[in-house]
Design a protein around this ligand. Structure first.
Ligand code: PLP
Length: 418
């Protein structure tokens, strides 16, 4: 996450930026550049509609790894999320229920197609969307619900699946932060109707920018292809899926070559992060004021970040002071994650497209509720309890974990003495 960028010296331990590119990616990129072309896409009917060799090879490898029928690369998870909304046929007049504690693209992808995001609160122990609040927010306009698998794990997917089935809602999984996590024998991102992965520079695996949309549904996959690459230029073979106007969400050959090598590193990187996180949890177990992360029952956590809850009363100092003291010692740690999305000016002013209120007032609908206090658990987590750290990332080691755990305990012990 963002905390890793705050590199400082901590006595004899440093936290260099998280980066895992080596000669394998360099060789793969060099091969593409020597061979050319740098993109194999053409936005017209024909074999080039599907992209170049590296893109298609990467998509096949991705589908194989995650056991899905269709994997479609995009140039980011943001554009893949928009592809998911297009694929599901969601547009003006529709609502999608999303959590507010996530990267803004989880909600703005809904606006991008003229539909309205409705925010449901999160669970305090998973930081993921709470199916009980989702149930309260369902209306006749609701078409889909988004599970954002946050910080490396999914939430109460069982309850969400059964709720979605009962109300005939699609499930989109924003799996940008949880590549390789599992839930009851399946990879997260492959459990809902459509899943989306990210390869931006903060993610488990990275190609600079990049994303993938996965699905087992042929129609959704076809519509995603049209959304990705000027679907307006195709008719015949895709007449069942369209008409759709698409855009240019295509991945370059160079990016695909990097992403394919990175995909091979995913299991190693996840194993390493899980081992470091387990070590940290052992070191911090029983520390007053800290609630430590846990994997879901029947599943795994891959610790994109190591998320903690901080209890100021039990700890004897404020969250801000706790975090500041650890940052001063050079540790990559931060208080809060992102502002609850409905409090962003875009939602407060309900102005997404210039001075209009579209789509919030589309077709005379009552404008959605984005007032402060809408999702009290999210607000409590963000403003009072959530603390995240990147200490479990590669290339950090057991020594980094031990130094961090010692420092956390020292800061808390000093607070008790006051
Ligand atoms: C949960 C979540 N969704 C979506 C995105 C967007 O990913 P990208 O930067 O690949 O567009 C991110 C990126 O930070 C994310 O964390």
């Amino acid at each position: 996450m963002q905390y890793a960028m705050r590199q400082k010296r901590n006595n004899n331990i440093t936290f260099p930026p998280v980066y895992h590119i080596d000669r394998r990616e360099i060789a793969a990129v060099t091969a593409v550049m020597k061979k050319g072309p740098l993109s194999g896409f053409v936005g017209e009917p024909g074999p080039e509609f599907f992209g170049g060799c590296a893109v298609r090879r990467f998509e096949r490898a991705f589908a194989r790894k995650f056991g899905v029928k269709h994997a479609t690369s995009f140039n980011s998870a943001t554009t893949a999320l928009h592809g998911a909304i297009v694929a599901l046929g969601i547009g003006p007049g529709d609502e999608v229920i999303v959590p507010p504690y996530t990267m803004s693209a989880s909600a703005t992808c809904v606006l991008m197609n003229g539909a309205v995001p409705i925010f449901a609160d999160i669970e305090p122990d998973t930081f993921c969307i709470d199916p009980r609040d989702v149930a309260r927010k369902i209306t006749r306009r609701t078409k889909a619900v988004m599970m954002v698998n946050l910080f490396g794990r999914t939430g109460d997917m069982k309850a969400l699946l059964s709720l979605a089935r009962r109300h005939r809602l699609a499930i989109i999984e924003d799996n940008a932060q949880s590549a390789g996590a599992r839930f009851h024998g399946r990879y997260t991102g492959t459990i809902g109707d459509i899943g989306v992965f990210s390869f931006n520079v903060h993610k488990q695996i990275q190609s600079g920018e990049g994303g993938v949309l996965v699905t087992n549904n042929r129609k959704f996959a076809d519509r995603a292809l049209l959304a990705r690459n000027h679907g307006e230029n195709l008719s015949g073979e895709y007449s069942g899926a369209g008409p759709i106007f698409g855009t240019n969400y295509r991945m370059t050959e160079v990016t695909a070559a990097i992403a394919e090598v990175q995909l091979e590193k995913l299991d190693f990187l996840n194993r390493k992060r899980v081992a470091l996180a387990r070590r940290l949890s052992k070191r911090l177990a029983g520390t007053p004021g800290l609630t430590l992360p846990r994997p879901p029952e029947g599943g795994s956590h891959v610790y994109y970040a190591y998320p903690l809850r901080f209890d100021e009363k039990a700890a004897g100092l404020s969250r801000a002071e706790f975090v500041r003291k650890l940052q001063k010692r050079g540790f990559p740690i931060g208080a809060g994650y992102v502002e609850p999305l409905y409090l962003l000016p875009l939602f407060q002013k309900k102005q997404a497209f210039n001075g209009t209120h579209f789509p919030f007032d589309y077709n005379g609908r009552a404008e959605p509720d984005y007032r402060k206090g809408l999702c009290p658990v999210t607000e409590r987590m963000h403003y009072r309890e959530f603390v995240g750290t990147d200490v479990c990332q590669h290339p950090y080691t057991a020594a980094h974990i031990d130094a961090f755990a010692v420092a956390v305990k020292e800061v808390l012990a000093q607070a008790k003495k006051r």
